[in-house]
Design a protein around this ligand. Structure first.
Ligand code: VGL
Ligand code: ZN
Length: 192
């Protein structure tokens, strides 16, 4: 069994000061860093849109322009960039949005090539890209743990984050705090 940490969209535009800042988005960074060394590899996804993307309000979408390819807003937080062995971009075509890290990407092939069967998932945002990535991961047959202290929600409607987490649990994801995950990773014989 091999385990990958998936860091979803920890990009400047979703962090404080960004164009689509997720409240307390920067709080996901420390728990992701803590868990990374307990995983066999780390993959970071990026929302990575052309400047005239359909999800942007001037082009008929519902979001302010964000994560435009080639801009600082689309870059990973440096602490996450430093962890990531691979980076997977999504939402790169003008005419289609992609919330899931598996949507239109080679993420599944990348994980399969490395023999990964277990995913630990955190990042931004709980109610959009984390939810969509977790749904696809479970459908594809991965064992999925979601770190509840390493995710934050947009909460366009109050309670969206809480409902998304409940849906992930019902769909079969294990929901854990990063500290609990790390404790359970330590081989029991070493817990003296
Ligand atoms: C996301 C809204 C628009 C996300 C991406 O990463 O959760 N949310 N694009
Ligand atoms: Zn987007």
């Amino acid at each position: 069994m091999k385990r990958a940490l998936i860091c979803v969209d920890v990009e400047h535009d979703f962090l404080p000061g960004g164009s689509l800042a997720v409240p307390d988005g920067d709080h996901v960074i420390a728990p992701l860093q803590a868990v990374a060394s307990h995983c066999d590899c780390v993959v970071a996804t990026r929302d990575y849109h052309p400047e005239d993307h359909v999800s942007f309000t001037p082009y008929g979408g519902t979001w302010p322009p964000h994560c435009v390819a080639g801009t600082r807003g689309a870059e990973l937080h440096p602490a996450i960039a430093a962890l990531a062995g691979s980076v997977v971009d999504k939402g790169t075509a003008r005419g289609a949005d992609a919330y899931s890290g598996f949507d239109g990407t080679h993420l599944h092939e990348l994980l399969q090539q490395q023999g990964i069967t277990e995913l630990v998932i955190g990042g931004l945002a709980t109610d959009y890209c984390v939810l969509a990535t977790v749904r696809d991961a479970l459908r594809l047959g991965y064992t999925v743990t979601v770190l509840d202290d390493a995710i934050r929600a947009v909460n366009v409607t109050p309670g969206d984050g809480r409902r998304a987490l409940e849906e992930m649990r019902r769909a079969g994801a294990r929901i854990m705090h990063s500290a609990q995950f790390i404790r359970e990773c330590i081989p029991t014989g070493m817990m003296l």
